[in-house]
Design a protein. Structure first.
Lengths: 335, 309
């Protein structure tokens, strides 16, 4: 087995996830590679339907059947895709935890929130009922839920969406996971609550030292908390780099479009541009570069799929998947 | 919670009063003079008149009804025309038998029905699922007396495993309970399957899996408890159906329960006894509905808090 580079906690290599449909397989994630180091926050951005949730669920091995997941997901010296279900269960909720997009429906309506959190502690840390409940109340306090011992005895329907997402965070972090995957944790919440939840995740991250994978379609959120950013489009990563590289020097036309679509105080609203067109349906993927039909720079060369490579003549972590990457070819005859 | 139960109890009381009125009216429109039925043909008109007075049948209908209600409140439903046994005594004696039959059938229906339904949902689309679903259609559409007779022929007469009539040994209840329970096994397994499939697709089941819980815990703790809500609705009404609908089964297997008592009283035109059995059926339905409503509140916290205090 090829060992992960030092410091890397989770290393996803060439992940391909397909759904087996009646009319053949549909590939929702097509060769995604990403990694996170301890204490690092990786942001994944992309429009709705580009495969962010499927990527996250693939790491947890929670993709809805019937599906096929290929590639390698290296964690703790093992490939998660090769583990038995029993071994995988010891990792879920314990070493790698996930917060979902839908706080309103992600908690079980017939169990108290205390039961739902303490269940994780009893399972992974072997705590007794009493101890687990004490720790649960502590966790609820740490996600700033007032009167945590009373709230622990309540049911999800007695709480607001923001409260429920706090409960989900408490649940995900109670075993101090190495990796926390947040799948659009704030999309369903209103703006003021969004900011609170994001800063809560930040705060707890610094306490537990977990690596965070923050999925969102909101570049604002990402640019606030990520160390590195990966931009996904149509099941692939089209650009990745440090936050600085990506925000100050976006290379892929899609990333440029995304940045232009973010309202900013220092720019006129008139300049705000939305990328025309829509994410292609994975069943009807265009030939070559997935962004070609919406791209202003596309020509014949784009009929072949470009690879995710460092832009020519540059160092750093920046990678882009585009034939038209801005830097000019360095004249070694390949152009 | 307590106030909710109290409210439902008082509603139940009003419903029961209404039922007693309907029962009374029905009994009074049944053709035939009960006194003439009771007495031999050659009874003198004086004797008929005397008995009519003794039974209070000479009074106005409203008085008769009030007497009936007053009696019922004291658990006095009159006496059989023929055996002279108090109706209440006969009912309570036979209720024990019906209860044993119905609760055995119910246990079979719940245990087998829910297990098959859960298994069928987990095996969705596979051969096992198709078999269960096909079997459920058969089970629901097969007439009780037909199932009963087949069971008697195969397990009673051919294989000699179980008695086919009477209640001399505990074994006597096996075939009747299966005959009575079969269609409820079918209906409960169908509802369980549908309900489980809906619940398994919910986000909170994915959350439960994401915690690392074993599939057994996910299904039995997180899914089944949610799936139980529609099952309880059905199970409650079915309990009423079982207790009140055992007539054919009791008749075919000669089991001296309330169902058989009812059929016998119809055949013999034993009006007080018939009235008692009809009232029994009504009470069973009303009470089982009450139990269903209250048990909802125990299972589903959303109802408990919405309707509670
Ligand atoms: N269970 C499934 N069966 C078939 N196709 C699916 C399934 N789940 C997701 N897909 C498809 O995979 C693609 C990627 O979906 P995914 O949920 O990962 O998008 P996303 O990037 O998370 O979008 P959003 O921002 O809306 O959450 C979509 O085209 C979607 O239709
Ligand atoms: Mg998503």
């Amino acid at each position: 087995m090829s060992g992960a580079p030092s410091g890397v906690l989770l290393d996803v290599r060439d992940l391909k996830t397909s759904f087996v449909m009646r009319r053949g397989a549909v590939r929702a994630v097509d060769g995604v590679s990403l990694s996170v180091e301890r204490g690092e926050t990786l942001g994944i951005v992309g429009e709705s339907g580009c495969g962010k949730s499927v990527t996250a669920l693939s790491v947890m091995r929670l993709v809805a059947e019937p599906c096929r997941v290929e590639g390698e997901i290296l964690y703790g010296g093992a490939d998660l895709l090769k583990l038995s279900m029993t071994e995988m269960r010891k990792i879920r909720g314990n070493k790698i935890a996930m917060i979902f997009q839908e706080p309103m429906t992600s908690l079980n309506p017939v169990l108290t929130v205390g039961t739902q959190i303490s269940e994780v502690l009893r399972l992974h840390e072997g705590l007794g009922r009493r101890e687990a409940m004490e720790r649960t109340v502590g966790m609820l306090a740490s996600v700033h839920i007032p009167m945590p011992d009373k709230r622990a005895r309540e049911y999800p329907h007695q709480m607001s969406g923001g409260m429920r997402q706090r409960v989900m965070i408490a649940m995900a972090l109670c075993c101090r996971p190495d990796v926390l995957i947040c799948d659009e944790p704030t999309t369903a919440l209103d703006v003021t609550i969004q900011a609170q939840i994001i800063s809560l995740i930040e705060e707890l991250k610094s306490l537990t030292g977990s690596a965070v994978i923050m999925i969102t379609h909101d570049l604002g959120v990402i640019s606030e908390i990520s160390d590195r950013i990966a931009v996904m489009y149509a099941g692939r990563i089209v650009e990745e780099g440090t936050k600085m590289e990506l925000l100050t020097d976006p290379l892929h036309p899609y990333t440029v479009g995304l940045l232009n679509a973010v309202p900013r105080i220092d720019r006129d609203l008139a300049e705000l541009r939305v990328i025309p067109g829509m994410v292609p349906n994975p069943a009807l993927m265009p030939e070559g570069c997935g962004f070609r039909p919406r791209c202003g720079h596309a020509d014949r060369v784009c009929l072949r799929m470009p690879e995710l490579l460092p832009p020519d003549g540059r160092r750093g972590q920046h990678r882009v998947r585009c034939w038209k990457r801005r830097a000019e070819p360095s004249g070694d005859g390949s152009a | 919670m307590a106030s909710y139960i109290l409210k439902r109890l008082s509603q139940t009381f009003i419903v029961l009063l209404g039922i007693s009125l309907v029962t009374f009216i029905l009994m009074n429109v049944v053709p035939g003079d009960p006194v003439l039925l009771m007495l031999e043909k050659r009874a003198t008109p004086e004797a008929v008149e005397r008995i009519r007075r003794e039974m209070g049948l000479d009074k106005p209908k409203t008085t008769q009804y009030l007497n009936f209600v007053a009696g019922a409140a004291r658990l006095d439903l009159g006496r059989s025309y023929f055996t002279k046994e108090p109706v209440m005594t006969a009912l309570s004696r036979r209720f024990g038998v019906t209860l044993r039959l119905a609760s055995s059938a119910y246990a079979i229906a719940m245990v087998v029905g829910i297990s098959l339904g859960v298994a069928s949902a987990l095996q969705r689309g596979r051969v096992f699922d198709s078999l269960i679903r096909g079997g459920a259609v058969l089970g629901i559409s097969a007439p009780v007396f037909w199932v009963a007779i087949i069971l008697q022929m195969v397990f009673g007469l051919r294989l000699g495993l179980f008695p086919i009539s009477g209640i001399r040994s505990p074994n006597s209840f096996v075939l009747p309970a299966i005959a009575l329970g079969l269609r409820y096994v079918a209906s409960i397994s169908r509802v369980t399957r549908t309900s489980m499939l809906e619940v398994i697709g919910q986000d909170y089941i994915r959350t439960a899996r994401a915690k690392g819980l074993a599939e057994r815990v996910v299904i039995l703790k997180h899914a089944l408890k949610n799936a139980l809500i529609p099952i309880i609705t059905l199970a409650g009404t079915e309990l009423g159906n079982l207790l009140a609908g055992s007539m054919l089964t009791e008749w075919v297997f000669s089991i001296p329960g309330i169902g058989k008592l009812m059929v016998d009283s119809i055949l013999m035109r034993d009006l007080p006894m018939l009235q008692g059995t009809v009232l029994y059926v009504a009470v069973v339905f009303v009470v089982s509905n009450l139990v269903v409503d209250i048990s909802y509140a125990f299972i589903d916290p959303r109802i408990r808090y919405a309707r509670g205090d």
